[in-house]
Design a protein around this ligand. Structure first.
Ligand SMILES: *Cc1c(COP(=O)(O)O)cnc(C)c1O
Length: 387
């Protein structure tokens, strides 16, 4: 069949393929030790659920305004101003069906045919596919392990061509768990200013930072940077609301308007009563987030210690998000082979690094119990010893 070339060219998600195999094994009665999860293992806090349930009972069951309900956009504007030092008016905010949807809307609005988008690698696997579907061209810049898997300003600068349109930043990062410092971000942003690029800043993991690290919003660094920054965030990760499908972005009004028009013809506004839950998430108590982050931090320390005690495995210590991204190159297998063998032999599910642009690595999520981490490290050690 002659399909749309842009869609036909998308690689199917390798993560989902491994996940399907793990689920099939579990269904067959195997005790699968899973590290694939890209979502918090906690339930959504009760007060957030109650606010959505109340909205539902109150008849908030009709279409919402395309850009999101006013109460939510006001709450987002307040949050961005008080927590992130970013001053966005309500009309500069578009609420969508998850931050993933926000990103897709942004790339659709931003990319002209052949426009290049700089994506630091390792990257979240959806960025390149979104850019391609939008008609743009992803250009990868790889962070080295010596530099904590982060990219430098000079690396970025070397990748710029007359077609470069935008730069994607994701700090804290999925999959590496790395966080850019104030100074590092400023250096990257200055390259963007110098070359007239937009910065798409995916800040979905901003609350998950450890060891005294601070997640800085790049748009807050200067007014020059702010003018070209599109700030993306959502509810999935901080409030354990992945299934609610709510995210947002804030940025220059032209991009918001174009994205809004596109959204109005594709999905319309996101779920109405879910948005009332999101208002409660932003306006309500934040200790629920703090508690979840503390739990992640405990697991992170234990996990990293056990993981790096295994011979042949090295892993830069993550200071953000909830993933370990160890290097497994010493075993002589591709990340796909490693992940498949590990699943087959030890019934342990991890995500290969290949779709994140890092075939020497695997990704292990610690959005799981301590007991799961403990058991997983026994299995992984046994597995690599037998290789
Ligand atoms: C989970 C995730 C998102 C999007 O999550 P939504 O559920 O669509 O809000 C965006 N970026 C990164 C890096 C993620 O890990």
């Amino acid at each position: 069949m002659e399909l749309n070339e842009r869609i036909a060219g998308i690689s199917p998600s390798l993560t989902l393929a491994i996940d399907a195999k793990a689920k099939a094994l579990a269904a067959a009665g195997e005790k699968v030790c899973g590290f694939g999860a890209g979502e918090p293992d906690f339930d959504t806090p009760e007060h957030i659920k109650e606010a959505a349930a109340k909205a539902l009972r109150d008849g908030k069951t009709k279409y919402a305004p395309n850009d999101g309900i006013m109460e939510l956009r006001a709450a987002i504007s307040d949050k961005l101003s008080s927590e992130n030092k970013l001053s966005y008016k309500q009309e500069q905010i578009l609420v969508s069906n998850g931050a993933k949807h926000s990103l897709f809307n942004i790339f659709m609005a931003l990319c002209r045919e052949g426009d290049e988008v700089l994506i630091p690698a390792p990257f979240w696997l959806s960025y390149p596919e979104m850019v391609r579907v939008a008609g743009g061209k992803p250009v990868f810049v790889s962070g080295t392990e010596a530099h904590g898997l982060k990219v430098t300003a000079s690396q970025l600068e070397a990748a710029i061509t007359p077609r470069t349109k935008a730069l994607v930043l994701n700090s804290p990062s999925n999959p590496t768990g790395m966080v850019y410092s104030h100074a590092e971000l400023r250096a990257l942003a200055e390259v963007a200013v110098k070359h007239n690029l937009y910065i798409v800043s995916d800040e979905i993991y901003e609350r998950m930072v450890y060891d005294g690290m601070e997640a800085v919003s790049v748009g807050a660094l200067s007014s020059e940077i702010f003018k070209r920054t599109i700030t993306v965030n959502g509810f999935s990760k901080p409030y354990a609301m992945t299934g609610w499908r709510l995210g947002y972005f804030a940025g220059p009004i032209e991009i918001v308007k174009a994205s809004s028009a596109f959204q109005s013809h594709s999905t319309s506004a996101p779920n109405t009563f879910a948005q009332y839950g999101a208002v409660a998430a932003l306006r309500g108590p934040q200790d629920c987030v703090t508690k979840m982050v503390q739990a992640f931090d405990e697991r992170r320390k234990f996990f990293h210690e056990r993981l790096t005690a295994i011979k042949g495995i090295t892993c830069v210590k993550p200071v953000g998000a909830f993933y370990m991204f160890p290097n497994i190159a010493s075993f002589g297998l591709s990340s796909l082979q490693f992940a498949e063998k590990l699943l087959l032999q030890e019934k342990m599910a991890v995500v290969p690094g290949l779709p994140f642009g890092a075939d020497a690595h695997i990704r292990l999520s610690y959005a799981c119990s301590m007991a799961n981490i403990e058991e997983g490290m026994v299995r992984l050690e046994r597995f690599v010893k037998a290789l």
